[in-house]
Ligand binder design. Structure first.
Ligand SMILES: *Cc1c(COP(=O)(O)O)cnc(C)c1O
Length: 361
C-alpha cells in the first residue's frame, strides 16, 4: 500500500448511512436544509464564534468573503500558501502585494507589512500556514492604525486556539477549508467565521446567486452552497474530531522524537499559546545528507509520497508574472521544504521508516 501525504478521515459506513437516511423522507438535498442548519450551529459552537456560514468549498468561501467586504485596490498577502489564496484575491479584481515570511513560522512577516502599505491598500490576507498561527497582535495593530481589513486564510487552522480563544475569532473574518485532505472534512466544503453579522447575512445571498428573498435579486452572485450530503459527512466527522487530532499528535510527536537534533533538518518549533491541530509536518532540508528533492525521490521509490508544499511560491506561478525573488525567505523555504505523510492512523513504524529514509540511515 502506498503511503500518501494524507488520508481522508471518514466515519464508519453505517454511521454515515444513518445520518443521511432522513434525506430519503424529506427529499430536501440542498439549499440550507436540516443537515446544513445543524452543521452550521454545531460549528458555531465548536469554533466558539457567533457568525458562521457554510460554503461548497474553502476557495469560494474566501472569494465570497473578500467580495463581501467590498475591498478595493491592493491586498497585502503571503506568497507561501496554496495558490487558492492568491487566486481569490486576483479573481476579485484586486492586486496582491506579496510580503515575505517569518523564517521560523513561515507565516507572513508582520514586521515587513507596513513598508508595503500604499494609499491603495485595503486589506491584509494572512495565512496560518501548516496551522502555525500568524502574529495576530502585530497584524491587528497595523490594520487598526491604517484602517485595513484582516481576512485570514485559516484553511489549515481548524480546531486551533490561540491564548485560549478559537482562531475563528481572529481578524475580521477567517476562512476554513473542509476539503478531503484537511484535518476535518465534509468531502468538499468550507466555512467563513466573521465578526460582523451583516457580512454573514450578505454572504447568505451571495452564495445563492445573489437572491436574498423570493422575487428579488440584488447581487450578481454565483453558486457556492453546501449540500445536505456534505453537511451530513461534516456532522459525522465532527463527532470524531478530537480522536482524530489526538491520533495526529501521536504521529507528530514520533516525528519530532526521531528528527530532533538531526543535522541539517529543521522543524517548526511548537508555538507557545497555541493549541495545535497537528495539520501538517513540514521539514526543511538545509545541509542535511540529502536535499529536499533527493529526499522526496528516495521516499517515492519506497511508495511514500511526501509533498513539496508550498512549491512553487504563488508569486512564481506562470499565470501572474510576479517575482518570487522579491520574497527571498519564502523562496528559500519553498525550495527546501517537504511535508511528510501525516494522518491519524499512520503507524509509528511507518513514521520511523520515513525518518530513516530522509536521514539516509
Ligand atoms: C485547502 C486550501 C484552500 C482551499 O480550500 P478548498 O476547500 O480546497 O477550496 C485555500 N487555502 C489554503 C491555504 C488551503 O490549504
Amino acid at each position: 500500500m502506498p503511503i500518501n501525504v494524507t488520508r481522508s478521515s471518514m466515519p464508519s459506513f453505517e454511521e454515515y448511512c444513518e445520518e443521511i437516511k432522513e434525506l430519503w423522507d424529506t427529499h430536501w438535498l440542498t439549499n440550507s436544509g436540516a443537515k446544513h442548519r445543524e452543521l452550521e450551529a454545531k460549528l458555531g459552537e465548536y469554533l466558539d464564534t457567533p457568525n458562521v456560514t457554510l460554503f461548497t468549498n474553502g476557495h469560494l468561501a474566501l472569494e465570497n468573503v473578500i467580495a463581501a467586504h467590498g475591498l478595493t485596490g491592493e491586498v497585502i498577502t503571503t506568497p507561501f500558501t496554496f495558490v487558492s489564496t492568491t487566486n481569490a484575491i486576483v479573481r476579485n479584481g484586486l492586486k496582491p502585494v506579496f510580503c515575505d515570511i517569518d523564517p521560523v513560522t513561515y507565516t507572513i512577516d508582520a514586521g515587513k507589512i507596513e513598508a508595503l502599505i500604499s494609499p491603495k491598500t485595503s486589506a491584509i490576507v494572512p495565512v496560518h500556514v501548516y496551522g502555525n498561527v500568524c502574529d495576530d497582535e502585530a497584524i491587528e495593530r497595523i490594520a487598526k492604525e491604517h484602517g485595513l481589513r484582516v481576512i485570514y486564510d485559516a484553511a489549515h487552522a481548524f480546531g486551533e486556539s490561540y491564548k485560549g480563544k478559537n482562531v475563528a475569532n481572529l481578524g475580521d473574518a477567517s476562512m476554513f477549508s473542509f476539503h478531503a485532505t484537511k484535518v476535518y472534512n465534509t468531502v468538499e466544503g468550507g466555512a467563513i467565521a466573521c465578526k460582523d453579522a451583516g457580512i454573514k447575512a450578505k454572504m447568505e445571498y451571495m452564495k445563492n446567486f445573489g437572491i436574498p428573498a423570493q422575487d428579488k435579486i440584488t447581487y450578481a452572485g454565483g453558486n457556492a452552497k453546501m449540500s445536505e450530503f456534505h453537511a451530513a459527512m461534516g456532522i459525522c466527522n465532527l463527532r470524531h474530531l478530537d480522536e482524530c487530532i489526538a491520533g495526529r499528535k501521536a504521529v507528530v510527536e514520533r516525528y519530532r522524537e526521531n528528527l530532533r537534533g538531526v543535522n541539517g533538518i529543521i522543524l517548526c518549533p511548537e508555538q507557545n499559546d497555541v493549541k495545535s491541530n497537528y495539520a501538517y509536518f513540514p521539514v526543511v532540508f538545509d545541509g542535511a545528507k540529502y536535499t529536499r528533492d533527493e529526499a522526496a525521490e528516495k521516499l517515492a521509490k519506497q511508495g511514500i509520497y511526501a509533498r513539496k508544499y508550498f512549491y512553487p511560491l504563488t508569486n512564481d506561478c506562470d499565470c501572474y508574472g510576479f517575482n518570487g525573488n522579491k520574497t527571498p525567505v519564502a523562496k528559500r523555504v519553498s525550495e527546501s521544504v517537504l511535508t511528510l505523510p501525516l494522518y491519524p492512523d499512520l503507524s509509528l513504524e511507518d513514521v520511523d521508516r520515513i525518518c530513516s529514509i530522509i536521514c539516509g540511515d
